[in-house]
Structure formats: C-alpha cells, structure tokens
Write a protein that binds this ligand. Structure first.
Ligand SMILES: Cc1ncc(COP(=O)(O)O)c(C=O)c1O
Length: 366
C-alpha cells in the first residue's frame, strides 16, 4: 500500500526518545494497572477538558458502557442515539438490557439530528447519546437544552473527537459524561486498547471508579456488580507523552482536510468544516454516488480507503427485532451508500494528499 489509511509508524518513530524511557519506567516500577501514570493521565485529561474528573477504563466501549450503567440505564429504558456510528455506541445500550432508539442524522454534519432525536423522546427515555462522528462535534447546545428540559441524561460518545469543540467548549463536557477511546488509530491513540470518561459530577465519577474494578472501592469488598475495566500503566504512560502533542496532531489533521477540500470540492461532496467549532477530522469522509468505483480505483492505486459505515445500525441483523424498515431513516441510509473515508493522519504530506486527490478525480471523472 503506497498510502495507508493511517500510518502510525511516523508517530512512534518521532516519539521513540520519550516513549521508550516512559515504558521502561513502568517496567522497572512493576506497577502495571491503575498506578501513578493512570492517575496523572486522568488529571491531565480532566484539566485539558476543564472538568473535575476523568476515569481511565479499558476501552472506549467500556467508557460508554460504564457511563450508561453509572447513569442508571437498565432494562426497560430507552436510549436515543444515531444509526450512523460504530456498532459499540448501541451495543452497550443493549448489553445493559435497555433499548436503543435510532433517530436520523443531519445531512450536512452526519451527526444525530436534534429535531429527530427530540421527536423520539418518550416517558421511557433515560438517555441521549450523540456521537461526534468523524471528529465533528454534534449540535450540543440543542442536546444540552433538550436534556435539561426533558430530564434525560446526556452522554457524549467522543471516541472519534478528542480535542474537538463547539463554540469554544470541548466535546465531552456538555453532558453528564464524555466517553473517549484511545484505540491506536484514534486522534489520541494508545499502543493497545484504552478509554476514559470525563465528567464534572463527583458522585458519578465515584460510581465509575467502583464499576471499573468489580464493584469494589476497597480490596475484596464488593458493593455492586461491576467489570474488570482498568486502564494499564504502560498505555497511560504512552498516552501522557502523546497528550502533550494533541493540538499539533489535530492541527495536522485539519491541514490535510483543508488541502483535500480545496482539491476535491466540486468533484465529490466534501465534509464541511464546522463554522461553530473545531472539527478534528478523525476521518475525512467524502460522499459520491460513485463510491464503489472510487473504492476500487483507490485500492488499485495502492491507496487505503474505508467505508465507515456500510450498514446503518437500525438495519443490522442484530437489531432486526426493533422492526426498523429500510427507508425509515433515509439520511443515514443514503450516507451508508455514498460515504468513503480517505487516508488521514497528522504526518501525511501534501504530496500524499495530492496523490489521493488525483486518484479520486480520475475515478469520478472516468
Ligand atoms: C463512535 C465510536 N464509539 C465507540 C467506539 C469504541 O471504542 P473502542 O474501540 O476503544 O472500544 C469507537 C471505536 O471505534 C467509535 O468509533
């Protein structure tokens, strides 16, 4: 592959001089789980977001799962979310015995549409989970107001949006909790799995800390059922090195996105930049009815690409019992047919971007 979707090698190479000593320190300390690096990372991530607490967990999926559990979501509850997201967003709702209720997305932003979400609130609605898809913050002013007025919990899926913001306020700080993923390819990525929940609510943070460690606050004393979802020290040490560079990583993504948009506007539908916030382009996702031709052409040219997401969640086999028919959420369904994400990573060169653009133009114009 001459240009991969994501090239993690450059980042590891650049940081070697800091990463290896940080890892070595953990090895010599033999504190491997929930130690000083996790505590420091939690404080640094909380400070970065301007919230009081951050709780490290084993993955972004667990960050969502534990947040919903700590918010009291359980059997009989409904949780409104987007069908145009990674499966984990809805999966965790179902794993808790609650029911995901899918509402359509906005055509422009590809994010959960507040009007559609509001229309699906019922007396059983416990929570709303907007996802900041591809690094663009959802319409959080509307969701915050809705959550307050309709008395539902607001939990943000920030897996793809570390560092994104809306009117100067960071994604993950609008609701009760922001759930982050540190999967290696994420904007802030570990060298393995990891996740974190940011929150201003002290009691909620306390519940998360108990839930991530088998329902226990004191060793071998168990208050509730929980999980083993602890963040490990090596990942936390690596993340602390990378967190110092998150602004420049996100700037790098924005530089790549701006160059793509300049070259490709008019050729395909390019993602609009957020006029009210900072889009951090976890993905650079274009739309074209000739999506499959573009995918084939890019693969033929040795250029990575991916379809996020080919099947919206309401039409997944696992959710057939929810009874959602094709055509019920038309915007998400059209996106699933037309989207394709192009390579993007902070270190991508202008030359690489231009090469991808040439291949896209050739494929679209035939
Ligand atoms: C929108 C979204 N939510 C949740 C997750 C789950 O995160 P993790 O892979 O860290 O469990 C992901 C990861 O791909 C994601 O993209």
């Amino acid at each position: 592959m001459s240009i991969p979707m994501v090239d993690l090698k450059a980042q590891v190479r650049d940081l070697e001089a800091e990463l290896f000593p940080a890892i070595r320190d953990v090895l010599s300390s033999t504190r491997f789980v929930l130690g000083p690096n996790v505590k420091a990372l939690e404080e640094e991530v909380a400070a970065y977001h301007g919230v009081r607490h951050a709780v490290g967990v084993a993955s972004g999926t667990d960050a969502l799962l534990l947040s919903l559990k700590a918010a009291g979501v359980g059997p009989g509850d409904e949780v409104i979310t987007t069908p145009f997201t990674f499966f984990a967003t809805a999966e965790v709702v179902s794993l808790l015995g609650a029911t995901p209720v899918f509402a359509d997305v906005e055509d422009e932003t590809m994010n959960l549409d507040p009007v559609q979400a509001a229309a699906r609130i019922t007396p059983r609605t416990k929570a709303i989970v907007p996802v900041h898809i591809f690094g663009r913050a959802a319409a959080m002013e509307s969701f915050s107001k809705m959550a307050r007025e309709r008395e539902v919990v607001l939990i943000e899926d920030c897996a793809q949006a570390f560092g994104a913001s809306r009117k100067g306020k960071k994604a993950g700080t609008f609701g009760l909790a922001g759930a982050f993923s540190f999967y290696p390819s994420k904007n802030l990525g570990a060298c393995g799995d990891g996740g974190m929940v940011a929150t201003d609510d002290e009691a909620f943070a306390g519940r998360l800390r108990i839930l991530r460690d088998h329902g226990s606050r004191e060793r071998y004393i168990h208050e509730v059922l929980g999980w083993n979802s602890r963040l490990d020290e090596i990942q936390a040490a690596i993340l602390r090195v990378k967190l110092k560079r998150i602004e420049s990583y996100n700037d790098g993504r924005r530089r790549v996105a701006a160059r793509y948009s300049k070259e490709l506007a008019g050729v395909v539908r390019v993602p609009s930049d957020d006029p009210d916030g900072r889009h951090v382009y976890h993905q650079y996702t274009i739309r074209t009815p000739r999506r499959d031709e573009v995918a084939r052409a890019l693969a033929g040219a040795g250029i990575g690409c991916a379809v996020y997401y080919p099947v919206p969640l309401h039409l997944q086999t696992v959710y057939k019992d929810l009874g959602c028919k094709e055509g019920s959420l038309p915007v998400a369904e059209r996106l699933a047919r037309e989207v394709i994400s192009l390579p993007i990573f902070p270190e991508m060169t202008d030359g690489q971007v231009d090469e991808v653009c040439e291949a896209v133009k050739k494929a679209v114009n035939g």
